[in-house]
Write a protein that binds this ligand. Structure first.
Ligand SMILES: Nc1ncnc2c1ncn2[C@@H]1O[C@H](COP(=O)(O)OP(=O)(O)OP(=O)(O)O)[C@@H](O)[C@H]1O
Length: 279
């Protein structure tokens, strides 16, 4: 083998070194993704059985190899079903790391959204709703269009305005329950049902509304604005992370950052994002 070297009785090539490094990175990413969830324990259990399988196979124990081999083949399928959410998050992480958006594979989508999006109605509506302790849940689409979730509610397709947002979340409105979905700077749907996070680390002080926001951002790259009915606090959620108790100016700055960060790398859209901050 070209460029290979020996360690004891082992001959190791550069390809083997790269192979081991890549597996290490992959396992580290998996570990990071699963930390804090029950899935980590299931994953560790599965890996222990796999290691045992490799050992008994190497030792030539045929009966045990067969039994564990059968378990492994069914286990892979069971793993896919059990870890649906985690696999989706993992693929999303890889998708983000490849950063197709940053190399502007779909430039028209970003520019359209960045040029037209005004976040002022969201900031003002959130402030008013928080002042009246009226709950709200608003999901902003990024690359994922959230079609499936939009279809779980009532389609609206209206221009964004503070008045319309206030009417939707008014406690007497038939549309106030569930989430509003924003796509292409329009209110696409209301009363939408979002997936609830099963992360055991979510603080008990956060109700179902926050759990739904966290859940959506665990499986998609959307950004979710939450107004708590209980405390009147405003939060933003992205990638399962909650930024709590935001003031109006924090909300404006963070929304700008989260919604326009990719577009802001181009001069034209950077100008547009700055206008939003100043507004
Ligand atoms: N899966 C979900 N998808 C969309 N909206 C949800 C979902 N689960 C709950 N909600 C919204 O949250 C509201 C109730 O949640 P909950 O009673 O836990 O809120 P809360 O106690 O005010 O907590 P929070 O402080 O998180 O607002 C529901 O009326 C609904 O509008």
């Amino acid at each position: 083998m070209i460029g290979s070297f020996s360690v004891g009785f082992l001959r190791i090539g550069w390809i083997d070194v790269i192979d081991v490094l890549l597996v290490t990175v992959l396992f580290y990413q998996l570990y990071k993704l699963l930390t804090g969830s029950v899935a980590l324990k299931v994953f560790l259990g599965f890996m222990s059985i796999y290691l045992l399988y490799l050992v008994v196979k190497a030792a030539g124990m045929e009966l045990l190899t067969n039994i564990l081999g059968q378990f492994m083949s069914v286990g892979v399928l069971a793993g896919i079903i059990l870890f649906q959410q985690e696999i989706r998050r993992f693929l999303l992480t890889i998708g983000k790391a490849t950063a197709f958006d940053r190399v502007r594979v779909f430039p028209w989508r970003r520019d359209q959204a960045a040029e037209r999006m005004s976040i002022t109605p969201f900031v003002e509506a959130a402030k008013s709703l928080a002042g009246k302790n009226t709950g709200a849940l608003i999901a902003f689409t990024m690359t994922s269009e959230l079609k499936f979730y939009a279809e779980s509610g009532d389609l609206i397709d209206a221009a964004v305005s503070k008045r319309l947002l206030m009417s939707i979340f008014n406690k007497t409105s038939p549309l106030h329950d569930g989430a509003v979905i924003i796509a292409n700077n329009r209110i696409k749907a209301a009363r939408c049902i979002l997936p609830v996070s099963e992360n055991p680390d979510v603080p008990a002080s956060l109700g179902l509304r926050h759990r739904a926001a966290i859940g959506l951002t665990e499986v998609t790259d959307s950004v979710v604005l939450v107004v708590s009915e209980e405390t009147g606090q405003i939060s933003l959620v992205r990638a399962g992370e909650v930024f709590r108790n935001l003031s109006s100016s924090d909300l404006r700055a963070k929304l700008n950052d989260m919604l326009f960060d990719v577009a802001a790398k181009t001069p034209a859209s950077a100008a547009s994002a700055e206008t939003e901050v100043a507004a």
